[in-house]
Design a binder for this molecule. Structure first.
Ligand SMILES: O=C(O)C(=O)C[C@]1(C(=O)O)C=C[C@@H](O)C=C1
Length: 480
């Protein structure tokens, strides 16, 4: 497996995904002329993407645990390819809606195959998932420039779609030359950590993180949808500042990705990062929601983008995946399904609130932010390594259960060896083999101070193996 080449291909997909996310809305005018429909109908087609995601996330996530990540990355790329080529030529609205649904499915398939792969690459690759966000942002940044160029040159609007398709086509070839890491490759420490957690704690953390799948998405959608209108109506900010608050949010977001990436690389704890970032985003949101000072609002917007949109959603997902290392795909599916429900419901809720006032719609983001903070704080609290006597003993109980099971297996093997020795009339004691076993214990022990104690335990185990073999041997002779 060539990690670098595989990573580049996976990142490139997310650049194209960034183009795909806004390609319909950025070509709204051209498509409405081409389809001979009102703009509202084009906007209706966009909702198909959300439906596709909602339908596909859970299913594709679970299936990727069974059939491998590579298949689903390919499925995502092929679906996106059909979407881009089809959208460039389609004239029928029903067909366009079908293609939009396919784009949603493509998004789900890519996520099911990619987030899981980065975790399965091992090491500290969770940080790579945060970087995916940056590639999406670059795509979203470049697409409007591409559309503007095509428009200014009076070229056919379909070219931007075909450029995206061409990048995908090249990447399909590149990606399929790579081998993926072993599926459900169980990072031993990850599995051990998730094992140590009591069922109740794991359940609470799961509820917290699934809920965070919703709030982390909702907090961003709500801000981007309402901020400009809100500040111009509530604080009479001029149009330039109103739109600048969105651009500053994007700049904050991209710098946030860089910082979170580096912090994760340095081994900063994910739970701490989640609590700190969510505290920061709630504070920034308070500033933006209540400050009538332009400069302060601008600072708030930057800080909000940094803390709420700098890949912290991906950090939540990484943590969630580590709780269930055996079903990474399913967990990814669940998390993003909650995110999709947010993209679906936030416009509905805030649309209803805006009938009261735009400020009510915008300030609802504070409720979302507070809920998010509460959820990550709860998660961090239950995942905190416990140090009380009772909890340490619970830990020992769980470790002992595993040791006893392994000792049973060892004794089964000792029985088999005993039978072979009896048949071949070999002595029960094999001093050379015992020396080898003790040496292997010393080599495998990761704490030198433990080693003589582990060897003493093994001497006792082997003495008991011998006693067991001798007793079996006696029984056999009695029978004969
Ligand atoms: O390897 C063997 O010959 C065994 O019977 C197993 C075992 C052990 O428990 O590891 C037990 C007794 C022998 O003296 C050496 C090793």
């Amino acid at each position: 497996m060539n990690r670098k080449s595989l990573s580049v291909s996976l990142y490139l997909n997310y650049f194209v995904h960034g183009l795909g996310l806004i390609i319909i809305t950025q070509n709204m005018q051209a498509l409405s002329t081409h389809w001979q429909t009102p703009i509202a109908t084009v906007s209706y087609v966009v909702s198909g993407v959300g439906i596709g995601r909602l339908l596909a996330y859970f299913l594709l996530g679970s299936l990727s645990d069974r059939f491998g990540r590579k298949l689903f990355v390919n499925l995502g790329m092929l679906s996106y390819l059909i979407f881009f080529v089809g959208m460039a030529f389609v004239t029928n609205i029903q067909l366009a809606y079908g293609l939009a649904i396919l784009a949603g499915i493509a998004n789900s398939a890519l996520d099911a195959g990619t987030y899981t792969t980065f975790i399965e690459m091992g090491g500290n690759r969770g940080s790579a998932n945060v970087l995916l966000k940056a590639f999406v942002s670059v795509g979203e940044f470049l697409l409007p420039l591409m559309v503007a160029t095509v428009d200014a040159q009076r070229w056919w609007y379909g070219w931007t779609f075909l450029i995206a398709a061409a990048i995908l086509l090249v990447n399909i070839v590149l990606l399929n030359r790579q081998t993926f890491p072993a599926r459900n490759h169980d990072d031993a420490t990850m599995a051990a950590a998730s094992h140590r957690l009591s069922k109740r704690r794991r359940l609470i953390a799961s509820v917290g993180l699934a809920g965070y799948g919703y709030t982390s998405m909702a907090i961003m959608i709500l801000y981007t949808q309402w901020i400009s209108l809100f500040v111009s109506q509530t604080f009479q900010f001029n149009q330039v500042v109103a739109h600048l608050l969105l651009s500053l949010y994007s700049i904050g977001s991209i710098s946030g990705v860089g910082v979170i990436f580096l912090l994760l690389r340095r081994g900063v704890s994910e739970t701490r990062l989640l609590v700190a970032m969510n505290t920061g985003s709630l504070l920034a949101l308070v500033v933006v929601s209540y400050s009538p000072l332009t400069w302060l609002s601008m600072l708030g917007a930057l800080a909000f983008g940094f803390t709420a949109a700098g890949g912290i959603m991906q950090v939540g997902l990484n943590l969630f995946i580590k709780l269930y290392p055996h079903v990474k795909g399913r967990v990814t599916g669940v998390y993003f399904t909650f995110g999709s429900i947010a993209s679906f419901t936030v416009p509905l809720i805030t649309g209803w609130l805006s009938q009261q006032s735009v400020a009510a719609a915008m300030r609802f983001d504070l409720v979302v932010g507070a809920a998010g903070l509460l959820l990550v704080a709860l998660t961090a609290w239950v995942l905190k390594p416990a140090r009380s006597l009772t909890s340490q003993r619970q830990q020992i109980n769980q470790i002992d259960a595993r040791i006893v099971k392994l000792l049973n297996q060892r004794f089964d093997t000792v029985t088999a060896i005993g039978a072979i020795k009896a048949a071949e009339q070999l002595p029960v004691l094999d001093q050379n083999r015992e020396t080898v076993v003790l040496q292997r214990v010393a080599d495998q022990s990761h704490t030198g101070a433990h080693t003589p104690y582990l060897q003493a335990i093994y001497q006792a185990i082997m003495a008991n193996s011998r006693a067991y073999q001798a007793q079996l041997h006696r029984k056999d002779e009695e029978h004969d």
